[in-house]
Ligand binder design. Structure first.
Ligand SMILES: [Zn+2]
Length: 311
């Protein structure tokens, strides 16, 4: 096995592999996780300065146990537009969630290595990562045990823990991801429900201060399922209208639930009895007319997710 540098973070991973028959590199990198990328995609990513975002994306998927599709010049531009530009608060929340996943129990110490952990905060490198972490420390959401603060350097591992205030902060951000103002709408595309989309769901979401996203909103060439997965990931929560009982709607809602996103279930009253048995346990917004749906959905979204004001 020849030594191979990780094409994204440029470190030398323990288990890097390169196959000679193509221009592909597959690596298992401590920083970027497990992924495959083509040489062309590497040079495009470097030119556009998005390698660190790809590291965060591949690491995130690896942590979740999701296979990363091969990154190549065909899907890179779509990937680039779907990768979010996180603000400081979002990055800190994402890192807090990573710490939470690593905490065996409240109060347990978690090993931090800035040079390996920075993609968990979607940071561009160790320097930005330490900036974000120092702020979390000063807000007392995380703590470093006595004496450990001296070690807050890029090249040193240290231990940290989530404080009670940190757990409270995580709990507060649990119901709705604070990360995206996009709302994914899963519903039947049949003409019978076009008015429910145009006159009810879309305006209810817009008036709540969020951006509704329905998959037929944009033309795209990629496989529909990878686009759906990417857009659900980019959403803060999901609205699922199960009227007409389309399997795709249940699939999308189930995927969102698996990501820990809030799902608002809706169904037209004449279809209520057909709602899938397994999801009947969830409260549904049962509606008669479009006006009815709009009013109820607006009420639910603003009371559960909160009304967003444009910033
Ligand atoms: Zn790497």
């Amino acid at each position: 096995m020849t030594e191979v540098r990780c094409p994204l973070c440029k470190t030398v991973p323990e288990h890097g592999r390169k196959w000679d028959y193509g221009e592909r590199t597959t690596v298992q990198c401590a920083v970027c996780g497990f992924y495959t990328i083509t040489g062309t995609a590497v040079s495009i990513a470097e030119r556009q300065n998005i390698s660190h975002k790809l590291s965060a994306y591949t690491r995130d998927n690896t942590e979740r146990g999701v296979d990363v599709p091969e990154i190549n010049s065909n899907n890179l531009s779509q990937l680039q537009t779907s990768l979010p530009d996180y603000g400081v608060g979002d990055k800190q929340l994402l890192y807090m969630r990573a710490l939470e996943r690593r905490s065996k129990f409240p109060g347990s110490l978690v090993q931090v290595t800035p040079g390996i952990d920075y993609p968990l905060a979607w940071a561009s490198g160790e320097e930005e990562f330490l900036y974000l972490l120092r702020d979390l420390l000063s807000r007392r959401l995380v703590a470093v045990p006595e004496g450990g603060t001296k070690a807050l350097r890029e090249d040193v591992s240290f231990e940290t823990l989530i404080t009670p205030a940190g757990w409270e902060y995580l709990e507060k951000h649990r119901a709705v991801s604070a990360i995206s103002d996009q709302v994914f709408v899963a519903m039947s595309f049949s003409p019978n429900l076009q008015a429910a989309w145009e006159d009810a769901i879309r305006p209810a979401i817009v008036e709540s201060g969020y951006k509704p996203y329905r998959i037929d909103d944009e033309p795209h060439v990629d496989r529909i399922d990878s686009k759906i997965i990417a857009e659900i990931r980019n959403s803060g929560f999901l609205v699922a209208d199960v009227t007409e009982q389309r399997p795709g709607v249940y699939f999308e809602a189930g995927f969102a639930l698996g990501l820990g996103l809030k799902v608002f279930w809706c169904v037209r009253s004449d279809d209520l009895e057909h709602v899938h048995f397994d999801t009947r346990q969830y409260n549904h917004i049962v509606w008669e007319t479009e006006a009815d749906l709009k009013e109820k959905l607006f009420y639910f979204v603003t009371s559960v997710a909160g009304k967003r004001t444009a910033t």
